[in-house]
Design a protein around this ligand. Structure first.
Ligand SMILES: Nc1ncnc2c1ncn2[C@@H]1O[C@H](COP(=O)(O)OP(=O)(O)OP(=O)(O)O)[C@@H](O)[C@H]1O
Length: 238
């Protein structure tokens, strides 16, 4: 489902002509299979978000090949990437990234509007999903009128509204209390079991990693234990 082959990434920082190169990821080989939940762990600065940004096309690798859903994505243009994301990828973030001037309904509806889905179908789908994540009664509320947990549910509804086959999540439970965390993890497991949704989750949290079929660890930009499920947290995180 997602294949990274010999991927390297470096950032160039500083003024033009005086740039300094910062190597961040080295020789990454990672294969995430369809229907897998893979957790990515590692210390702050080890390159986890950079890895996810490469899978999502927000940055391009310095070298190497990336395939997502059987498509070689490294050569897609910005416009092609935008369409590709709408068709294949859902995103969950630690910050909910809701649009403050739009209601919960409108926020969740946005990807359907971008995809040109008609209003009747949009209404049905949004209300079904808001119901499923437990915030249907707040459909007309603005993000500022919702609790953190409720905003998170709206944000999750938006990320799932197009039934993406792959969901990429960066610290998805980072700002949730333990009840909301448990509910989100349970939703992820259901989607994975019922629809075969593939998840890549960046996390510092053992609870989150515990639902993963496999945990991979980044250390100083190198991928460790790419095929091993256990034995990572104790020595990599702390
Ligand atoms: N746009 C950028 N320009 C220059 N350097 C960057 C950029 N983005 C990230 N970096 C550097 O790349 C390294 C890896 O960053 P990244 O955000 O991928 O780490 P991370 O493992 O996700 O960290 P955290 O757990 O703190 O979010 C860091 O040293 C960071 O400073």
């Amino acid at each position: 489902m997602i294949e990274m082959i010999q991927v390297n990434h470096q950032f160039a920082i500083g003024k033009k002509g005086k740039e300094r190169v910062v190597p961040v990821l080295h020789d990454i080989d990672l294969h995430v299979k369809q229907g897998e939940i893979v957790a990515i762990v590692g210390r702050s600065g080890s390159g986890k978000s950079t890895l996810l940004n490469l899978m999502s096309g927000y940055i391009r690798p310095t070298s190497g090949t990336i395939r997502v859903a059987d498509q070689e994505v490294t050569s897609l243009s910005e416009g092609e990437w935008a369409n590709f994301r709408l068709a294949h990828l859902g995103f969950m973030f630690q910050s909910f990234q809701l649009i403050p001037s739009m209601t919960a309904f409108e926020n969740a509806e946005l990807p359907l509007v971008l995809k040109g889905i008609g209003v009747t179908q949009r209404k049905k789908r949004v209300m079904e999903l808001l119901e499923q994540v437990g915030v249907a009664e707040y459909a007309g509320h603005y993000p500022g009128e919702l609790s953190g947990g409720q905003q998170q549910r709206v944000s999750v509804a938006r990320s799932l509204i197009l039934n993406p086959p792959i969901v990429l999540a960066d610290e998805p439970t980072g700002s949730l209390d333990s009840d909301n965390e448990r509910q989100l993890l349970s939703l992820i497991q259901h989607l994975n079991q019922d629809r075969g949704t593939t998840f890549v989750l960046i996390t510092h949290d053992e609870q989150v990693a515990s639902i993963a079929h496999r945990t991979v660890s980044l250390k100083d930009g190198y991928l460790l234990n790419a095929d091993k499920k256990e034995g990572i947290f104790a020595h990599e995180i702390h």
